[in-house]
Write a protein that binds this ligand. Structure first.
Ligand SMILES: Nc1ncnc2c1ncn2[C@@H]1O[C@H](COP(=O)(O)OP(=O)(O)O)[C@@H](O)[C@H]1O
Ligand SMILES: [Mg+2]
Length: 602
């Protein structure tokens, strides 16, 4: 019996207090996922009962062999009985294999469906949800929480039922063979249960502490390995080693506490087993001498006793598995129940044709936290094909404007229109296809260069990808790579320079050919040389479409048709560069003067 197996299986779970091991409400929610596989569940249960029956039959065959053949010296029937015993062994082997396989298969099927459902749901959740839930926690939902539910199947519910069936079967046959002896055998069971429970609670607490320490170790390692260069440059190695040493020691100590309980428990369980054995020998000895029971019964009892204690010890373990599974499913269903706040309307307006690209903000007010508006009463209009720049200090609400336009969030008040229609009336997919956004942080997937331009969209063929790359001058560095468009992008684009990543995201935006293009500080972090190339790429990008450029550097802004100046969530000035510069004491003028003086990098 593996007392320590719980350690690894839930190692990445968050440590929430464990509650009930069975929760009808959660089970009902789980049922739709199990239902399609109910035939397999039933089969698995039947196989389990069969395994138990075969196991229970074995000691009885031994008893019959001893009492009726060996002790009576009838050798002829013994061979047949031995053959029968062998058959039960083979049957047990086959049934157990089938049972385990069917059970795992059921569990894996359910988990597969559940994981798909959770991921599908995640993709529909609004941005505000991701603000509140860290990535790590969500990953736990999709991986280990679901895995723990799988465990509830494979080593929880079904096995608990099986153990109970087996226990009842064994008790029944013991009582039937010799009820007095049965009572002696079972006398130790309450003590066994009490001892098991006492140790389980403590082992669980100890291993919970171990998992907490493992999580700390992981967090520490992740941070420090990622920042290794910095640590070495600042000579922080010794301090970091000391910190690591402390966590590492705590981890070892927690582990040792668990091991102490586990060792004690094993020894005590073993001892209780021996005591039971002694009790059986003692009681049956008297009864055999008195002719009240047979020698075969004694042997059968000893056999049954060993089969009996195993499930008793395991029940508490299974109980813990069920508790963990319930806690996990609670979290999974909480996630699945999270409402998809931003969705397409019932009867969405479809964008059959490319929109003209006229944008209107009408008295838009919005904030991320209740009562704290980030944008207040913002009103402006952008004509089709116009080139707009938005400037303002960091935190003035520039990016927020864009998030509202593409409905990553919905406005509190007022409305935003595209071609005169409220953006909330469009089919969400159409809206987001019409408005292309290039973010400051170029995000690349671990795919090929070409795949990062097309994002696997079937409507974007190789030719479009190449044309887009050529238009933004990304073709030169792509074709310089040995595998060209099929060259892989490493995780987080580690094999590309910042400028190259930027050009790739430009090519991506161009390939999707949106009616409205938004660049959110997309040119902020490149060297002047690349910036020259990017400026040229930009001109290509911005032709024939409405564009909104949120710019870090005011040099990029000067060529815009109109500049909007945001300040503390309000639209304070608008006009072209010359007009705004004429405004003495204006915000734009202040920003510009500071930047040209090299004092501020707005
Ligand atoms: N996801 C968010 N949750 C809470 N507050 C946010 C979030 N994003 C931005 N903010 C806050 O909203 C304000 C405007 O942010 P943002 O629009 O990103 O400004 P900008 O792009 O002009 O620098 C800032 O005060 C910022 O702290
Ligand atoms: Mg921003």
């Amino acid at each position: 019996m593996s007392h320590g197996s719980r350690r690894t299986t839930t190692s990445t779970h968050e440590e929430t207090a464990l509650g009930r091991a069975y929760d009808g409400r959660l089970m009902r929610k789980l049922w739709p996922f199990v239902r399609p596989h109910r035939a397999l569940v039933l089969l698995s249960l039947l196989l389990l009962v069969a395994v138990s029956a075969v196991q229970i039959a074995q000691p009885y065959i031994v008893k019959v062999a001893i009492d009726e053949y060996i002790l009576t010296r009838r050798a002829e029937g013994l061979i047949a009985l031995a053959g029968l015993f062998l058959c039960t062994l083979i049957a047990e082997f086959l049934l157990r294999f089938a049972q385990l396989y069917v059970m795992e298969k059921t569990g894996q099927n359910v988990v597969y469906d559940l994981r798909t459902a959770v991921f599908g749901h995640l993709q529909r959740l609004p941005s505000s949800f991701f603000d509140k839930n860290p990535v790590g926690r969500l990953m736990t939902r999709v991986t280990s929480d679901i895995e723990s539910l799988n465990e509830a199947f494979t080593s929880g519910l079904v096995l608990i039922l099986a153990d109970l069936v087996k226990l009842v079967g064994i008790v029944a046959i013991l009582l039937w063979m010799d009820w007095r002896l049965a009572l002696v055998t079972c006398a130790i069971v309450p003590l066994m249960i009490a001892v098991t429970w006492w140790f389980r609670v403590r082992m669980r607490a100890a291993y919970r502490e171990v998992r907490r320490k493992v999580a700390q170790l992981n967090a520490f390692l992740q941070e420090n390995v990622s920042g290794m260069r910095l640590i070495q440059l600042f000579g922080r190695e010794q301090d970091n080693l000391d910190q690591f040493d402390a966590i590492n020691r705590q981890h070892r100590d927690a582990e040792l506490t668990g091991v102490r309980y586990e060792s004690a428990f094993s020894a005590i369980a073993e001892m209780l087993g021996s005591i039971t054995l002694a009790a059986i020998l003692w009681a049956s000895g008297w009864r055999i001498l008195a002719g009240a029971t047979t020698f075969g019964t004694l042997v059968a009892f000893i056999e049954y006793a060993s089969k009996f204690f195993q499930p008793v010890q395991q029940l508490s373990q299974r109980y813990a598995v069920m508790q963990a599974a319930m806690a996990s499913s609670e979290r999974i269903f909480a996630l699945l129940d999270t409402d998809v706040v931003i969705r397409s309307p019932q009867r969405p307006r479809r964008l059959e044709h490319r929109p003209r690209g006229e944008i209107g903000f009408e008295s838009v007010t919005f904030g991320y936290a209740p009562g704290e508006p980030v944008l207040s009463d913002v009103t402006f209009r952008i004509n089709p094909g116009e080139r707009i720049a938005v400037v303002g200090w960091t935190g003035s609400g520039k990016s927020t404007l864009i998030r509202l336009l593409v409905r990553l969030y919905d406005v509190w008040d007022g409305r935003i229109t595209l071609d005169g229609t409220d953006v909330r009336e469009y089919e969400l997919a159409d809206l987001r296809r019409a408005v292309g956004v290039v973010l400051q942080e170029p995000f690349l997937f671990a795919d090929t260069l070409g795949g990062n331009i097309s994002l696997g969209d079937p409507r974007i063929d190789d030719q479009t990808v190449r044309a887009a790359a050529r238009a933004v001058r990304a073709d030169r560095f792509i074709e310089a790579m040995p595998a060209g468009y099929r060259a892989p992008v490493l995780e987080r684009g580690a094999n590309l320079s910042v400028g190259e990543k930027q050009l790739l995201t430009f090519a991506r935006a161009l390939a999707f050919d949106p009616a409205v293009l938004v660049l959110d500080e997309a040119t902020a972090s490149v060297d002047p040389e690349t910036e020259g190339a990017i400026e040229k790429a930009l001109d290509t990008l911005l032709t024939d479409r409405t564009s909104i450029i949120i710019a870090h550097r005011l040099a990029t802004v000067r060529r815009a048709d109109r500049i909007l100046v945001l300040h503390q969530g309000r639209l304070r000035e608008q006009g072209n560069h010359t007009e705004l510069m004429r405004h003495e004491g204006g915000i734009y003028r202040a920003l510009y003067d500071l930047q040209t003086a090299g004092l501020a990098d707005v």
